[in-house]
Design a protein around this ligand. Structure first.
Ligand SMILES: [Zn+2]
Length: 224
């Protein structure tokens, strides 16, 4: 059954997790090595992480490509660019572009891991003019980076950094418009409820209003 809009309403929406808790709405991240055909969680994303690009990445990507059209796959990724990992930036860009193509083909958002490569990311966005949404996940940069992403219509997803005292994320969230962000737990054993509570406190909304806002942002970003 394809989920309709009502299935997401009034629930905590976790747009990126590696540790599903089986509650609320969670988009479970799957890497190609973890894909078992015919066995997908109700909502998931698939992609090659820049840390995991191997010599046989084309085979890894075939698995991603074969899965991407499934209706349970709500997003492509996480994938992206990371200057602190071993693969060359050229190779990372080549692999990332293949994911952009998939995201465009199926009009599913791209969940992006970006470390010290925001200029490269923006260049690609400007050259390719994608129509599916792009989401930089795990955002914990300063307001200048946030503003740059907003100018280029890239969503941000906030998670564990909101729970860290003095993080960039905590300073940035109250300064950005309501409609440009989503929430996640990523690889942490934290609950999405905690992340919602923290975000709501920072932007001075009650928890119900935060749920309503995240629902709206989710359906806009994912075009549901
Ligand atoms: Zn992740």
């Amino acid at each position: 059954m394809h989920l309709n809009m009502e299935s997401f309403q009034n629930k905590h929406i976790n747009i990126h997790t590696h540790h599903p808790k089986g509650k609320g709405v969670e988009i479970v991240n799957l890497f190609p090595d973890g894909l078992v055909s015919g066995q997908l969680p109700e909502l998931c994303s698939v992609g090659i992480h820049p840390w995991h690009i191997r010599d046989n990445w084309e085979q890894q990507f075939q698995k991603v490509e074969a899965t991407a059209r499934e209706h349970r796959v709500y997003a492509i990724g996480e994938t992206g660019l990371d200057k602190l990992t071993d693969s060359s930036m050229d190779l990372q860009i080549e692999v990332f572009k293949k994911h952009i193509e998939l995201s465009e083909r199926y009009q599913k958002p791209l969940i992006i891991h970006c470390v010290k490569a925001f200029n490269e990311l923006i260049e690609l966005k400007k050259n390719i003019h994608p129509t599916a949404s792009w989401i930089v996940h795990g955002f914990d940069k300063n307001l200048q980076v946030a503003d740059m992403l907003i100018r280029h219509e890239i969503y941000m997803s906030f998670g564990k950094a909101l729970l860290k005292p003095d993080s960039n994320a905590r300073k940035v969230l109250p300064e950005i418009p309501d409609e440009v962000y989503l929430l996640e737990t990523d690889d942490m054993e934290i609950s999405i409820e905690e992340v919602y509570r923290e975000a709501a406190g920072l932007v001075d909304l009650d928890e119900q209003k935060m749920k309503d806002l995240m629902f709206l942002n989710f359906i806009n970003c994912f075009r549901i």
